[in-house]
Design a protein around this ligand. Structure first.
Ligand SMILES: Nc1ncnc2c1ncn2[C@@H]1O[C@H](COP(=O)(O)OP(=O)(O)O)[C@@H](O)[C@H]1O
Ligand SMILES: N[C@@H](CC(=O)OP(=O)(O)O)C(=O)O
Length: 444
């Protein structure tokens, strides 16, 4: 079987949905499972509706709600007829009524818990997949619509829930029964906790759903269909002159995703690695281009791509207690562990440690506790620039080229040599795009 994940723009209109179905039908003999995101813009609209509801701005909230309803109903009206149209509209109306009641509750309560937010967010994917299902029926395709909350199970960390893999691996083969000449349709991004509450995997999480399903069903490949021809040497929306990378290793793709290449969700690669499933990133608007293939094998050394992670915070701790002492770093990292805050880059000297974090939710409490260990300095609005490739740090010419290009850029910290695949450094937030462009011009 194969998994085809379609992102928001790839199912963003009636013609795009038909295009996604065409891509799937072309491979219908391979027992395809579609994992779809919400139609483009919809997840953002839901977040905006929540924000307006919380401040009781009823008119703005329902203005967006009406736009959301219109987008889905117009799509149905443009390519469904008779029973398919009536049934689809009935199903959508049922979902719209639920959204309506939830928004009214938020307006009254003036608050939205993370759990309620996930319930609301889940409607984006539930609406889009309902339409795709009825369009498949309209086209006479043998199809089945599933609810991924039945088999994608998570902890209770709403808004960015952690997968419980054993549960998913046990449930997925029970619910998803792919077969040739049938299209199974399910939602990306949405999930449920063990006690059945709706959760979500974090923004962009549909990619992750696709590899979880692919891995549980031993897919021969997972295809991530998006709006760019594969993973490029850098973000084509920001950097000029980017090129498609034909092949990346799992590690390279994971590093790029983690350090800002939004084209795949950072967790996507993990499930594929376990079963050595090839992951393709392809363009729905250019379906005959092969895009990028991500596998285990290394085909070439050298720099492959550059990404940037914005809004990073640098925390520096200076303490003479560190000099010749052991146990200091353990105490320091236990503070980040206590507040469940992942650390990205680390650099140490004899008396100081500098780290970067992305999640600032608990920054004040973290700083309070770190102050007991030494003098703490926090610098916000920084970016991590990440250069990804094979054996980068072994090539002294490459390193000297990087730093001569950056001779006028204020570099805050550098991480090189911790892995073969990554050279990262921190620059001021406002220098992110220009720094990437300089490096890109030099190397590609
Ligand atoms: N290295 C990169 N290669 C390709 N696209 C990238 C890269 N870095 C960032 N992107 C961005 O990722 C976008 C695709 O991701 P996303 O908008 O989440 O798509 P989808 O809705 O299909 O999941 C591209 O339009 C591009 O701007
Ligand atoms: N709809 C969700 C999940 C997702 O993965 O979307 P996309 O595939 O369009 O990035 C979001 O916008 O975050």
């Amino acid at each position: 079987m194969i998994v085809l994940k379609f992102g928001g723009t790839s199912v963003g209109s009636a013609p795009m949905i038909d295009n996604a179905i065409d891509i799937t039908v072309d491979q219908i003999n391979k027992s395809p499972v579609i994992v779809s995101s919400a139609m483009s813009k919809v997840t953002n609209w839901i977040l905006e509706m929540i924000d307006y509801a919380k401040v009781s701005d009823t008119s703005r909230c329902f203005e967006i709600f009406n736009t959301l309803k219109k987008k889905h109903l117009d799509t149905c009206n443009s390519f469904l007829t008779k029973d398919n149209l009536n049934n689809a509209v009935d199903k959508l109306d049922f979902l719209f009524d639920e959204i309506d009641s939830l928004l009214n509750s938020l307006i009254m309560l003036k608050e939205c818990s993370p759990r309620t937010k996930d319930t609301l967010l889940s409607f984006g994917e539930r609406l889009s997949t309902t339409i795709i299902y009825y369009r498949c029926l309209e086209r006479g395709i043998n199809t089945e619509l599933l609810d991924s909350r039945d088999f994608i199970k998570t902890d209770n960390n709403f808004n960015s829930a952690q997968i419980i893999l054993e549960e998913c691996n046990a449930l997925i083969p029970k619910y998803i029964l792919p077969e040739p000449n049938k299209i199974v349709i399910s939602q990306g991004f949405i999930s449920s906790t063990l006690d059945g509450a709706t959760s979500t995997l974090g923004r962009g999480g549909s990619d992750y759903t696709s590899t979880i399903i692919g891995s549980a069903l031993n897919a021969t490949e997972v295809q991530i269909w998006t709006d760019v021809t594969g993973i490029k040497t850098s973000d084509p929306r920001i950097i000029s002159g980017t090129k498609t990378i034909e092949h990346l290793t799992y590690t390279e793709a994971a590093e790029l995703a983690y350090f800002g290449a939004k084209v795949v969700h950072p967790a996507t690669i993990q499930p594929a690695v376990k079963k050595s499933i090839p992951v393709w990133v392809r363009n729905t608007n250019d379906r005959h281009s092969s895009g990028t293939k991500i596998t285990e094998s290394v085909f070439e050394t050298g720099l492959k791509a550059i990404s940037g992670k914005k809004e990073v915070t640098v925390v520096n701790i200076t303490s003479s207690k560190m000099l010749n002492a052991y146990g200091f770093l353990r105490r320091l990292f236990s503070v980040f562990e206590k507040y469940q805050t992942p650390v990205d880059l680390i650099s140490t000297s004899e008396v100081s440690v500098t780290i970067t974090i992305e999640d600032k939710k608990n920054l004040d409490s973290i700083v309070d506790e770190l102050c007991q260990l030494g003098k703490v300095k926090v610098e916000e609005d920084k970016s991590i620039i990440c250069l990804v490739g094979q054996e980068l740090w072994k090539d002294s010419l490459f390193i000297s080229r990087v730093f001569s290009v950056l001779k006028d850029t204020p570099i805050r910290m550098i991480s090189l040599g911790s892995s073969d695949t990554n050279l990262s450094f921190v620059v001021p937030g406002k220098a992110t795009d220009s720094t990437i462009q300089l490096l890109h011009n030099e190397f590609f």
